[in-house]
Design a protein around this ligand. Sequence first.
Ligand SMILES: C[S@@+](CC[C@H](N)C(=O)[O-])C[C@H]1O[C@@H](n2cnc3c(N)ncnc32)[C@H](O)[C@@H]1O
Length: 363
Amino acid sequence: MTFRYLGSKSRLIHQIAGFMPPPEKGAFFVDAFCGTGVVAEAAAALGWNVRINDNLNSAVISAGARLISHDQVSFKKLGGYENAIAKLNAAEPINGFIWREYSPASFDLCGVERRYFTEDNAAQIDAMRALIAKWSGERVIDKLEERLLIADLFGALNRVANIAGTFGCFLSKWTTQSQHKIVIRSRKLKDIGVQVEATVGDVFDVPNAAQDLVYLDPPYTKRQYASYYHILETVALGDEPQVQGVAGLRPWKDRASDFCYKTRALKTLSRLVQSLQSQKVLLSYSSEGHISMQDMKSELAKVGKFTMHPLGAIGRYRPNKVASSTGSEVNEFLVVVERPMVQLPDVQSRPVKTTPLFVESYA
Ligand SMILES: C[S@@+](CC[C@H](N)C(=O)[O-])C[C@H]1O[C@@H](n2cnc3c(N)ncnc32)[C@H](O)[C@@H]1O
């Protein structure tokens, strides 16, 4: 993702990568709450095979796109990647779902003028998404190419979205960027691919084995990603859900995360770390999160050797000026939990238990 994402570790990635040992043969770096995938990308750059997972399709699509190499997406039937992008940019606008629900045209439908996108941009998003779906349906592009284009569309629509950072609500006044014409840009693909497995599902169902390195970056506040990124999820799925309220939220409660509830976060994290097979777990958390670092230590030290490393301060998710004037900063930590070797049999990855929306391996 080329845009801001709550809790993204892009600003801390060099520090986090410093805790990644060189990859072991056959082992995976498991980014179990992958979000933008910036951490998985850093692991892949070190040569790790990676498994990405999130309970949002949009996150897994974005994260997966960062790992794609040239040779994996030829766009043969469209004359190459750049041509595919040019065709999307030239698509004829369609007054479809995004236009109906998320542009001022929504007023006629529900009496609320939703200003996420201008009418022109919304109709262009509908046209671009419809064309991607058509190509996929006609096998003009394969699944990986389809997801790359959807991720590129996310980048484009984020640049013109009339929001303050998330899709939790739209702004009442149009920003300058939101009035620019939407344009999809191609991205620089990787020169070399690693083995990637992608799943959409609950973190408790992510396969992992003793030799894998599992990275956990759970939400640490009450902000539910499924509601904050609802429009990306709709574009990812290409569906037309019944949306509600002023913000036009798609139903999201089935994706509500236990990590976002203060009363459940510690128990859930403890249960998660205990359930993992991997010898070593890296965990990102904030001193401003629901779980106090002291409680986390008491709980996770039961599982194995526990060390905590402050990663410095990153500006809170708000404009820098406000953050510095209130003196508030989020302090991030990287926790390492290492189980004693003897406790673990060298198990193979267990199969995925849920029915994930997709499980795919691309290498
Ligand atoms: C803090 S963000 C991860 C940020 C990511 N490391 C990055 O740098 O972009 C947390 C992610 O966890 C996902 N999530 C929340 N609860 C989950 C669950 N129970 N299972 C899987 N993913 C979950 C959210 O959708 C969100 O993308």
